[in-house]
Design a protein around this ligand. Structure first.
Ligand code: FES
Length: 106
């Protein structure tokens, strides 16, 4: 069963500027872009670096270290060197609250 936890308010999230939060000890990058909010695990699948420090473009987040770009909807990388997806999580918006569930990957 998925358990949604409030992680931020909508007003805190700037368009295309990732925000790192922790949900039950899991680092998550919240990204508000193209009218939606996405939640993706904050650790690149290639090495242990924070995706929140990367750039957001076209519903993708780019790892700042070697440039792999991950689809925020699926977590899949578009280009090398990363070959493994990063987990993505379901997001719910309730009023101004942003809720994420890390108990179930979407
Ligand atoms: S650490 Fe992210 S692509 Fe290498």
């Amino acid at each position: 069963m998925s358990e949604f936890v409030k992680v931020a308010s909508l007003g805190e999230l700037e368009e295309d500027t990732p925000k790192r939060v922790e949900v039950d000890g899991t680092p998550v990058s919240l990204v508000r872009t193209e009218g939606e909010v996405f939640a993706i695990n904050d650790i690149c699948s290639h090495a242990n670096v924070s995706l929140s420090e990367g750039e957001v473009e076209n519903c993708h987040i780019e790892c700042w270290l070697h440039g792999s770009s991950f689809d925020l909807r699926t977590g899949k990388p578009d280009c090398l060197p990363a070959t493994q997806p990063v987990p993505v999580y379901p997001v719910k918006i309730e009023g101004d609250d942003v809720l994420v569930s890390v108990t179930q990957e979407s």
